[in-house]
Ligand binder design. Structure first.
Ligand code: CA
Length: 203
């Protein structure tokens, strides 16, 4: 079994990516099998065949194309200021959607790197979807833009504005008019973030 998987992998993965695979496994918690599957998916989406995906490539993913949050989630795959994502970045982003590893959370070694599927990293991923200019804080305007993408045209500007205002008012404990990541964590204190993130794909 193991040798079939590794033969498959060596066929599918380019040399430099094979060297990375142990690291990708460690970093993301995905199995060899899952990584192979994702690599197939990645290469089938990579129409340019240049080893990276563009936003256009993402638009061909049916789950995202029909998803009202599709554009927002797509943004989450792209590093700041970039319009291409490589396989490693693609898998790293997907790793945020893995269920939280309870054992890992409980027995966490404080010096170990926080796993990508930890509650904090899931929250950070969600936070960055709102923080459109990635300056580390969510402005009223960013909140409005993302809320508009979520609710579509059925809610008036006025209603949306008052939702944004009350959200910021509730979250913004230091009164600077923005929602920082720490403030975001407090607001999300009672939210099942794992449930929330999986719901993004079931809407
Ligand atoms: Ca911002």
């Amino acid at each position: 079994m193991g040798s079939i998987v590794s033969r498959l992998l060596s066929r599918l993965l380019r040399e430099e990516e094979i060297e990375d695979i142990e690291e990708i496994k460690k970093e993301t918690g995905f199995s060899h099998r899952k990584i192979t599957h994702l690599y197939r998916r990645f290469t089938s989406l990579d129409k340019g065949g240049n080893g990276t995906l563009s936003r256009d490539d993402f638009h061909r993913i049916p789950e995202l194309a029909i998803n009202p949050l599709g554009d927002i989630i797509t943004n989450g795959f792209f590093p700041e200021g970039e319009d291409q994502v490589n396989f490693r970045g693609f898998v790293r982003t997907l790793a945020h959607f893995r269920p939280i590893d309870q054992d890992n959370e409980k027995n966490k070694n404080p010096s170990a790197t926080e796993p990508l599927n930890s509650r904090t990293n899931k929250l950070l991923f969600a936070f960055r979807l709102y923080d459109l200019d990635r300056d580390g804080k969510i402005s009223r305007d960013e909140l409005l833009q993302v809320l508009r993408m979520i609710v579509g045209v059925n809610v008036s500007d006025e209603e949306l504005g008052s939702i944004a205002d009350s959200t910021i008012q509730e979250a913004d404990t230091n009164g600077d008019g923005y929602i920082s990541f720490n403030e975001f964590i407090k607001v999300m204190k009672n939210v099942d973030v794992e449930q929330m993130m999986s719901s993004w794909f079931l809407r």
